[in-house]
Structures are given as structure tokens and as C-alpha cells.
Design a protein around this ligand. Structure first.
Ligand code: ATP
Ligand code: MG
Length: 186
């Protein structure tokens, strides 16, 4: 099963991102339902390891997490592969990501060591896309909206997802949900 661990975004933030996406007339916009911040891409994993990870994540007690999305970036050196929003979440975010990676490795998953670059992908580009036209549109979009940012917002949970790649785009199935503490006193 193709799986990953990610933070879903609050509906109000996704509404803001959707408005931003409307201005980019290139690539495939990520669907509102699918907007997320990946903490760990696990790829194909057997069910027993996923169960071990699920149990470990249920035992984690992560700190409250406040995020802010600020600044656009293009991934892909020669050809664009994605347009993303950079995410800021301080030590709470880097700590959560490190703990999720450690839990996955303890569950027997062999994951590559890569620097964590927290981001939310807003559009993707096919390998065979119309290069120069897309590049011009992306350039204009970054010029116009490069300083786009949200106010800080709180995230209340992160999730383990199975990714089912369908013809009309991926479907992320929630396999597990793990609450984050709130910084607000009820
Ligand atoms: P599609 O591949 O059909 O465009 P998708 O990228 O949303 O859809 P997945 O490829 O299953 O769906 O990826 C799920 C999440 O994991 C996404 O956030 C994606 O960016 C991330 N991801 C996918 N492959 C990798 C990888 N090799 N390394 C790091 N993150 C990855
Ligand atoms: Mg993908």
C-alpha cells in the first residue's frame, strides 16, 4: 500500500489556497480535498509495519502546532514539477516530523534521509508538459503572488494516508488520525 503521513489543512486555509490556485493558469491544481503538508512519504509498505507505525503514532504526544504558509516556490531544476507554498512551523513542526520518521524506522521502514522542506504543493506538472509556456505562466504567477501568506493557524491533527492513484487524480484514504494538543485553554 502506497502511504504517507501528513498534516491536513483547516478548511478556511484550503479556501484561501484555492483562491490563490485560481490565478495559476498552468499545471494541475491540487484538489481542495487533497491539500496537505507531507511529514513522511512511506511509499509501499506491508500492513504489519503500518500497524506498528499506527500504534507508535498513537503513543506520541506532540506539542501544539502553529503553522503559517508564506512564499511560493517552484520545484524542478530544468522543468517545473510542482509549485508549492513554503510552510513555517518552528520547532514543533520539525520535532513532529523527526518523531514520525523515527517511529516509521522503528516500525521497520527503510526511508531515505532527506532534508525536510516543509511545503504544501498547490499544482503539479506532467513530465511531458509544454515547457516554455508553463515556465512563463509560472514566472508571472510568482512575480504577482510571490509574497502570498496566511496568518498563523493551528492544526489539530495529523494523519496516516493511503494514496490511491486514480485516473482523475489521487484519492487519499485516511487510515489513522492523531490529535495534536491545543495551545488554547478551553
Ligand atoms: P500524483 O503522483 O498522482 O500527482 P500525489 O503526488 O498527490 O499525486 P502521491 O504521489 O501518492 O500522490 O504522493 C503523496 C504525497 O507524498 C504527496 O505529498 C507527494 O508530494 C509526496 N511524495 C510522493 N512521492 C514522494 C517521494 N519520492 N519523496 C517524498 N515525498 C513524496
Ligand atoms: Mg506524486
Amino acid at each position: 500500500m502506497r502511504t504517507f503521513v501528513a498534516l491536513p489543512l483547516p478548511d478556511a486555509i484550503r479556501d484561501q489556497v484555492e483562491q490563490l490556485q485560481d490565478g495559476l493558469r498552468a499545471g494541475r491544481a491540487v484538489a481542495w480535498d487533497n491539500l496537505h503538508l507531507t511529514l513522511a512519504f512511506l511509499d509501499d509498505q506491508p500492513v504489519d509495519r503500518l500497524e506498528a507505525l499506527h500504534e507508535a503514532l498513537e503513543r506520541l504526544r506532540p506539542a501544539p502546532l502553529e503553522l503559517r504558509l508564506a512564499g511560493l516556490e517552484v520545484y524542478g531544476a530544468k522543468k517545473p514539477s510542482a509549485v508549492v507554498l513554503r510552510a513555517e512551523g518552528g520547532a514543533a513542526l520539525t520535532g513532529l516530523q523527526a518523531n514520525v520518521m523515527q517511529a516509521a524506522r522503528m516500525a521497520g521502514m527503510d526511508l531515505p534521509r532527506r532534508r525536510f522542506r516543509p511545503h504544501v504543493t498547490i499544482a503539479r506538472f506532467n513530465a511531458g508538459s509544454r515547457g516554455t509556456e508553463d515556465a512563463a505562466r509560472i514566472g508571472a504567477f510568482l512575480q504577482a503572488r510571490g509574497d502570498w501568506a496566511t496568518a498563523p493557524f493551528e492544526v489539530d491533527a495529523y494523519c496516516l494516508y493511503a494514496s490511491h492513484l486514480m485516473r482523475d487524480g489521487p484519492w487519499y484514504e485516511e487510515l489513522g488520525r492523531y490529535e495534536l494538543a491545543s495551545s488554547h485553554v478551553a
